[in-house]
Design a protein around this ligand. Structure first.
Ligand code: ATP
Ligand code: MG
Length: 564
């Protein structure tokens, strides 16, 4: 992707639009649409399409419609419609009063089909699905004409009406476009436009027993809504001649330009509704909004921000050839955003008791601690300190190797926001020999974190006061798949699921200010990573935090941008 001087994105799609504006093809209008089928939740690939369509409309002073592409009733539902509406809104886009349903066009689409029959451009075919496939030919062999191709217009009109009236079994007839059985483009070999399918539709109920195919419904829906640029993914490239053919035969004055771009693929996950449905159905995840899912709902629950997702989608740009984007890049944008805005707090994931022997029993004090080192607007809070603390098990070693700089017997470290402490003894479980309590002394002269005599320590550790802290559950997430390309050779992608994608810690302690955190609030737990209060399971009595990401930016490392 290249940047213009005005720093607005430019790419081959915008170049096409610029050309249309120059030649006045759409009288200066730019109208796009995002057309999801409500047969699953939106994923990050859809987010790319959302950002592209709404972004282009905004950039050119046009409008973007949200359209439910609900012409195939199997698998579609109101739950999915609602999730799509929520997710597009959460991403930060507004379709105003332009929420449309392709199913609202069923009568109009039917009339368009009748018109095609009347023009001699469509016929009712009695071949079975298998026969149609057989007659279609292959990439190297031409197709064969259907024996029903030359039915009279009257007969076709009559049969089509009976199809609609429910007089035939499912599959007994289809309506096909009469184009060219020897076309180089297989899509143009008399494609099916309508089929009989007795399936309840979540909006139109049992009103229809024939449903239009995508290729027929999509171009016409675009035309009805007077879309100018119909942006879709590359797999529809071969369908573009059919898109144009239908609109041309019907002589519609609104003829949008279809433009294809490469779909987003992300490493360590799968982006296909069919596969995601399988994960949900098999119970491999807890639902569509499981924080490990690449869905908008899952990423939102995990703690990703809409800003980070939008930023990612803009920065990766659009291309004409398929590629796999590194998940680390998306994570990089999430960290970049959270680094700016997440308040810093203290939490301990695997607590170990720490007693400060020379700190008076029953005494407590508070450290006034800023929420963000560079952003004073986030304010500060008081962090209570007392004789008994919890700190991280992994910050202590009884017999430390050379490279271990944190707490160990005889060693002095800094407590974040507070004193220098020195380890004087440990208490062990008599049965296991495990260290269960660490005893320290503190230096009252070091409240600022520094010693007046200038002596240095090698580590600063995080902690919470035992009596003041709040118990919490923390869910540590890792990537859903253990290989970069789970769709690789093997057909069963589920065997690459990462068995360690979720670790639940139930004995965590967090600083008391977090008792009032609300679901969806995001924080940086110092030294540990970014965490988000779970939207579903967190309660004031027992807060639940999802780890959004660790602090380590593997993308910065890969791309050599690591600031150190
Ligand atoms: P899936 O392949 O995941 O089942 P789909 O293409 O069937 O998705 P739709 O609901 O038809 O899902 O998609 C709505 C819009 O989002 C379409 O315009 C489609 O091209 C676009 N889209 C879907 N997946 C991606 C992706 N991975 N990257 C970019 N755009 C996508
Ligand atoms: Mg689709």
């Amino acid at each position: 992707m290249t940047q213009t001087n005005s720093s607005l994105p430019t790419d081959f799609i915008r170049e096409i639009i610029d050309e249309h504006l120059r030649t006045n093809r759409y009288r200066g209008r730019v109208a796009t649409r995002f057309p999801p089928e409500p047969n699953g939740y939106l994923h990050i690939g859809h987010a790319k399409s959302v950002c592209l369509n709404f972004g282009i409309a905004a950039q050119y002073g046009g409008a973007c419609n949200l359209r439910m592409d609900d012409t195939d009733p199997s698998g579609e539902s109101l739950e999915y419609v609602e999730s799509i509406i929520n997710d597009v809104r959460w991403l930060g886009f507004d379709w105003e009063d332009r929420l449309f349903y392709a199913s609202d066009y069923f009568e109009q689409l039917y009339q368009f089909a009748v018109q095609l029959i009347k023009n001699g451009n469509a016929y009712v075919c009695s071949l079975s699905a298998d026969e149609i496939r057989e007659y279609r030919g292959t990439l190297t062999e031409p197709g064969k004409e259907s024996p029903y191709r030359n039915r009279s217009i009257e007969e076709n009109l009559d049969l089509f009406e009976q199809m609609r009236a429910g007089e035939f079994e499912d599959g007994a007839y289809v309506l096909r476009a009469k184009i060219d059985m020897v076309s180089q483009n297989i899509t143009m070999r008399d494609p099916v436009l309508y089929r009989i399918k007795r399936t309840h539709h979540y909006r139109t109920g049992n009103q229809w027993c024939i449903y239009p195919m995508y290729d027929f419904a999509h171009c016409l829906s675009d035309s009805i809504e007077r879309i100018t640029h119909s942006i879709c993914t590359l797999e529809f490239e071969n369908n573009r001649p059919l898109y144009d053919w239908i609109l041309d035969q019907l002589k519609l004055d609104s003829h949008p330009q279809q433009i294809e771009f490469a779909r987003l693929n992300l490493s360590y996950t799968v982006l296909s509704k069919r596969r995601l449905i399988e994960l949900v159905g098999k119970g491999s995840v807890t639902g569509w909004d499981d924080p490990r899912m690449p869905t908008i709902a899952g990423m939102g629950r995990r703690g990703y921000t809409p800003e980070a997702i939008r930023n990612f989608c803009t920065k990766i740009g659009v291309a004409k050839n398929d590629s796999i984007i590194d998940m680390a890049l998306l994570e990089h944008y999430v960290r970049e955003d959270l680094n700016e805005r997440a308040p810093r707090v203290l939490g301990v994931l695997r607590p170990l008791r720490l007693v400060i022997d020379n700190y008076p029993e029953g005494q407590a004090e508070e450290f006034d601690s800023p929420y963000h080192p560079q952003n004073p607007e986030l304010g500060s809070r008081k962090v209570p300190f007392s004789r008994t603390l919890y700190f991280e098990q992994e910050d202590f070693m009884e017999n430390p190797p050379k490279k271990f700089f944190r707490l160990a017997p005889g060693r002095e470290v800094r407590l974040r926001y507070g004193y220098l402490i020195k380890c004087v003894s440990v208490v062990k479980d008599p049965n296991t020999g495990e260290v269960v309590e660490v005893h320290c002394t503190y230096d009252p002269e070091t409240r600022s974190g520094f010693a007046p005599d200038g002596r240095k320590v090698d580590a600063t550790i995080h902690w919470v006061s035992a009596d003041h802290s709040v118990p919490a559950e923390v869910r540590l997430y890792d990537r859903l798949f253990k290989v970069a390309n789970p769709m690789g050779e093997e057909s069963d992608f589920t065997k690459y699921l990462n068995p360690k994608s979720l670790e639940t810690l139930v004995t965590c302690r967090v600083e008391p200010s977090l008792a009032t955190a609300k679901p969806g609030d995001r924080f940086q737990f110092e030294r540990l990573g970014y965490f988000c209060v779970d939207l579903k399971d967190s309660t004031p009595q027992k807060p639940v935090f999802n780890r959004v990401l660790t602090l380590r930016d593997s993308w910065a490392k890969i791309s050599g941008q690591e600031k150190k």
